[in-house]
Structures are given as C-alpha cells and as structure tokens.
Design a protein around this ligand. Structure first.
Ligand code: HEC
Ligand code: HEC
Length: 272
C-alpha cells in the first residue's frame, strides 16, 4: 500500500494487486482520509470504517452512550465489597493508578503460568481483595469497571508484551487467527486482513481491531467485551464459539491486541 498525500489533505491510496501496482485513475477507487492517530503504520482502528454519524457519536462525550458506563464504573470504584473494602481503598487515585493498564493487557501471570485478561484480573481483585463473587465478562458491573478503566487510558497506544514467557501464548493466538474454521471455512484473517473496506451483508469489514473495547454497539444497545465479539465472529462462520475467558480467547486477544499495536485506546468506542 502506498499513500500519496494530495493538496486537500486526502490520501490517494494505490493498491498493489498481485504484481500490478494500480496507479492513476484507478487508484482513486480507495480514497482514505488522513485518520490522524486512528491509523498507525497502515493499521486502522475500526473507527475509520464507521460512518461519519457513528464517529460523531463516539467523539462527543455527551452523546456517546458508552460514557454512562464509564460513570457507572467510576461510581462502583468506591462501592464497598463484602469485606468493607472498595477498589478505592487501595487504588485511591484511579486516574493515575489505572493509567496504562488497558493498553498492556492481556499480561503474563506468574501465578497461573499463563496469560491473564483484564476482566480476569478485575475478578481476582473482586474475589480476593473484596470478598465478592466473580463477574461474567458481560455483566453490568464488569462492563462498567472495564469501560471506566479503559477510558482512563484513552489515547494511549496499545502496547502488549509478546516476548519472554508470553511468547508461546502469542504463538497460539496467532495460529488461532490464521486457522480456517466453521462451515464457511474462514479464518479471522480472511475477513479482517484480506478484505477490510469491503462490504459483507450490511457491514463494512474493518480490521477487527480491539483498541476501542469494551465498545458500545448500537446493535446491542450496550457495551460488549472483546470475547463477546470473538464469539459472534466465530458463530458467523458457523464455528463453535469458545467461552468468554477461555485460554483460547485470552491468547487470541493477545495476538489481536498486538495486531493493532500502536493504535490509541478509544474506550468506549461506538460501533454499529
Ligand atoms: C486490598 C487492596 C486492594 C483492593 C481492595 C483492590 N486492589 Fe487492585 N491491586 C492491589 C494491589 C496491591 C495490586 C498490585 C499487586 C497485585 O497484583 O496484587 C493491585 C493490582 C490491580 C490491577 C493490576 C494493575 C496492573 O498494572 O496490572 C488492577 C487492574 C486492579 N488492581 C484493579 C482493581 C479493581 C478494579 C478493584 C476493585 C474491584 C481493586 N483493584 C481492588 C490492591 C487492591
Ligand atoms: C466472515 C467474515 C468474518 C470473520 C471470518 C471474522 N469476522 Fe470479525 N467481524 C466481521 C464483521 C462483519 C464485523 C463487523 C464490522 C467490522 O468491524 O469489521 C466484525 C467485527 C469484529 C470486531 C470488532 C471491531 C471493532 O472495531 O470493534 C472484532 C474485534 C473482530 N471482528 C474480530 C474477529 C476475530 C478475532 C475473528 C476470528 C476468530 C473474526 N473477527 C472473524 C466479520 C468477520
């Protein structure tokens, strides 16, 4: 892909198709805007594949329905658990303590010897430090806390560690991403790497990035977790979805997060 910046600030993108580099009139087939921080080294946030209307809703904190969930999370921060402690008892300055947390998960967890997702980390805190029960990934409480924690890092680049002890898990996630599956026999890459920008039913395919999660989906009328999306995409190709929090999805999440390395956290992003 070669981007040529024109006088009006738009990019004319010429597409390499096989060995033929299409230039001139045909190159105008794909006219991309200058997406600013939403595009990093050719990787584009799902934001850039949305309509102008949806982007406007995301950008306006008063209109963005995900912001209510951020507020819920903020309120929950100081709500005492069964043992009388709240998140705030130990993380008194969440704007500071939780900054940079969302971009760095999943992380390698020494205790279990595998990767841990941020939901799993929050559950560990709820159970072990507050005497509460573990939450489902898409419960109101979990989505609120996740949206709040994510929003604190808004604008920070996604940056997961994939070397050292994380390496074998990264490799598993990568293999999952390129594995064809389901009755339609499609890998994640067949849609999100090979065809972003193309129409599939009523949707424009994006690169399937996760920098905006939990994202508020207009279709769901609520935010959803990364693993809920993975389940939906697995079901769409009629493959067996895994459970939210399964090792398969945590490893896949690590790979997909790396796939969008450098993209800014957009939580709560708004998607169709
Ligand atoms: C009793 C004190 C205590 C309470 C209550 C507590 N935490 Fe923690 N939390 C810690 C400590 C200490 C650490 C760092 C060491 C560790 O991992 O246990 C930590 C680590 C974390 C991390 C990992 C940060 C990172 O950089 O990877 C997250 C996320 C987190 N806490 C979220 C929460 C949330 C959300 C709540 C409320 C639901 C909460 N914590 C309640 C003490 C607490
Ligand atoms: C048949 C095509 C197809 C396959 C295969 C597919 N998806 Fe998707 N996916 C979609 C469509 C359509 C959407 C909604 C529009 C968009 O954002 O691309 C979507 C959305 C997503 C999103 C939301 C992106 C955002 O910006 O919020 C993520 C993440 C995602 N897919 C990940 C995956 C992963 C991981 C796999 C492999 C397990 C996968 N998808 C397989 C079609 C597919």
């Amino acid at each position: 892909m070669k981007n040529v910046k024109s006088k009006r600030g738009w990019k004319l993108t010429s597409i390499a198709l096989g060995s033929t580099l299409m230039v001139g009139a045909m190159a105008i087939e794909v006219i991309a805007k200058d997406w600013g921080s939403h595009e990093v080294d050719g990787r584009r946030s799902g934001y850039t594949y949305m309509t102008d209307e949806t982007r406007a809703v995301q950008d306006d904190n008063f209109e963005n329905p995900g912001m209510l969930w951020v507020e819920n999370g903020e309120a929950l921060w100081s709500k005492a658990g069964a043992n009388g402690k709240s998140c705030a008892s130990c993380h008194a300055d969440p704007e500071k303590d939780m900054k940079g947390v969302m971009p760095a998960y999943p992380k390698f967890d020494k205790r279990t010897g595998k990767m841990i997702s941020l939901e799993q980390m929050v559950n560990r805190e709820l159970v072990e430090k507050m005497g509460e029960k573990a939450e489902k990934f898409d419960s109101k409480k979990m989505l609120s806390l996740m949206t709040y924690i994510g929003n604190i890092s808004k604008g920070m680049p996604v940056n997961v560690k994939i070397d050292g002890p994380a390496k074998p898990f990264f490799e598993k996630g990568k293999a999952f991403y390129y594995q064809r599956r389901g009755q339609l026999d499609l890998a994640c890459s067949n849609c999100h790497e090979d065809n972003p920008g193309k129409q599939i039913r009523a949707n424009t395919l994006s690169e399937g990035q996760i920098n905006g999660f939990p994202t508020y989906r207009l279709k769901w009328q609520k935010p959803g977790s990364v693993h809920r999306r993975f389940r939906g995409c697995n079901k769409n190709v009629r493959a067996k979805p895994y459970k939210a929090g399964s090792d398969e999805y945590v490893n896949l999440e690590l790979f997909v997060k790396w796939h969008g390395r450098g993209l800014p956290v957009e939580t709560p992003a708004v998607r169709n």
